[in-house]
Design a binder for this molecule. Structure first.
Ligand code: PLP
Length: 467
């Protein structure tokens, strides 16, 4: 509670600065009116799993940094709209500065970009710009290739843009198969390749370095969906091939990164970057009612969405101010801790006989199956395990794991179905690392209620070496 008081005290002080120049009469409802409604909201929220807790590993949820939460809340008292500078000048400038800081992460000095509501919209914009750029080169309906594990928003965007979409098979680590792409390129007139840096299923990182070579050799457009993994070039402890793929991000024509995933932002904060700022011309439109004030920046002129929250820009700007994106900095250390925790979890899972964990995590997402005679039985066991774990305060997610992930060691002897339902853990919070021994104890006990004590003791001994 002391931390909450500190945060609210800082917010109240900043609000006094913000409101110093206003002639606005305070029109707040009374405490007696507010409190019952807020209590009702709190009671509803309290029934949720504790998303910020290290025992919540289910989906890609990471609590916003306090400075992001506070800057967002502070800005709401003004509620600027970053579509035009005369609706949100200060926050439009913050947005541009924050985007510049993100672009520098990829070595892009002149790139153009903006914030949007999330990865889905950012990828739609990137594919739309790709279509317009290729149309300008005479390619009427450019076809898109993306891995079978790319986020579903790409296939949906292709449908919206009326473009052919081809899913490329993945390898045993869930990464786009270069050989399969080659085969596809030989058959189909693909013009746009989408690389995913951090797939939703297991955080797999497509081999962007090799893809960039392939695209350059064939004159294809390359889009990088780094909604999940876009901050990981900062992490110094990833495997060499993962690092090499991330290091190739500057070679993409466009790039998406979601500050609301690993960037410590509240939801509603995605980002698109275009390597060639000239491509902003494809957004060109006029509005009778806006963009006529002399002083810019009018960011709505070069974005798909019109109204966008200035509060999101202020929150991101404040976070980057406190936690600059530098290798070895606090932000980078948080990513490295999550990766270490994921590797530690993966190693620990391999010591639990009931589990079958395929390849090690490239970032911080781990998937595994329960051993069973056949795929449908493994799926049923995973569903039971998931429910039991949740009942004991351990929150995982269920995921459909394709057979290709288990090329080295299968959890089942017969594949009566082409995929099975397994378990998935997202270790996005640095706090998972300290919680790892307890997490593994809980998993071992759930997997084998009778033998867990012994194995947990042996296991914890081994864990100290797992970093
Ligand atoms: C790689 C990837 N791309 C796109 C998206 C969609 O992003 P959003 O949920 O912010 O719309 C996700 C979401 O998990 C993702 O992991």
């Amino acid at each position: 509670m002391a931390r909450v008081v500190t945060e609210l005290t800082a917010l109240a002080a900043a609000l006094r600065t913000l409101r110093a120049g206003w002639r606005l009469a305070p029109s707040s409802p009374t405490a007696a009116e507010l409190e019952p409604v807020l209590q009702e909201v709190a009671r509803r929220l309290a029934a949720e799993p504790p998303y910020g807790d290290p025992f919540y590993l289910g989906h890609m949820l990471k609590p916003p940094h306090p400075v992001a939460r506070l800057a967002y809340a502070l800005t709401l008292w003004l509620n600027p709209n970053n579509h035009a500078s005369d609706a949100g000048a200060a926050t439009s400038r913050m947005e541009l500065e924050a985007l510049r800081a993100l672009a520098r992460l990829y070595g892009w000095r002149d790139a153009a970009g903006h914030l949007c509501s999330g990865g889905t919209v950012a990828n739609l914009e990137a594919l739309w710009i790709a279509r317009q750029a290729l149309r300008a080169r005479g390619i009427a309906r450019p076809a898109i290739a993306a891995s079978a594990q790319a986020h579903y928003c790409h296939a949906r965007a292709a449908a919206l843009l009326d473009l052919p979409f081809h899913a490329v098979p993945t390898d045993a680590r869930g990464r786009l198969s270069l050989a399969a792409l080659e085969a596809l390129l030989a058959r189909e007139p693909i013009a746009i390749v989408v690389a995913t840096l951090g797939t939703p299923l297991n955080g797999a990182v497509d081999p962007l370095d090799a893809l960039a070579e392939q695209c350059a050799a064939r004159g294809l457009r390359l889009h990088a969906d780094a909604a999940y993994g876009g901050y990981f070039p900062l992490a110094g402890n990833l495997a060499p091939d993962t690092r090499a793929a991330l290091a190739a991000l500057p070679r993409a024509d466009s790039l998406v990164v979601d500050p609301h995933k690993h960037g410590l932002q509240p939801y509603g904060c995605g980002a698109i970057l275009l390597r060639d700022p000239g491509e902003q011309r494809f957004y060109a439109h006029a509005a009778d009612y806006a963009y006529h004030a002399d002083e810019g920046p009018h960011l709505g002129r070069a974005a798909l969405e019109c109204s966008r929250p200035g509060a999101a820009a202020a929150a991101l700007w404040a976070t980057l101010r406190l936690l600059p994106l530098v290798p070895g900095g606090e932000f980078a250390r948080g990513l490295e801790a999550g990766h270490r925790a994921a590797l530690g979890l993966w190693r620990g899972l391999r010591d639990i006989p009931a589990f079958c964990a395929p390849a090690p995590p490239e970032l911080d997402v781990v998937v595994w199956a329960l051993r069973a005679p056949c795929a449908s039985a493994a799926s049923a066991a995973a569903r039971r395990f998931h429910a039991q774990a949740r009942a004991q305060g351990l929150h995982l997610s269920l995921a459909r794991l394709p057979r290709t992930l288990f090329a080295e060691a299968a959890p089942v002897t017969s594949w009566d179905e082409p995929a099975l339902i397994g378990l998935r853990a997202c270790l996005m919070k640095p706090e998972h690392e300290a919680a790892l021994p307890a997490l593994l104890d809980r998993l071992a006990a759930l997997a084998d209620p009778h033998g867990a004590g012994q194995r947990a003791a042996a296991h914890n001994g081994g864990l100290t070496a797992v970093t």
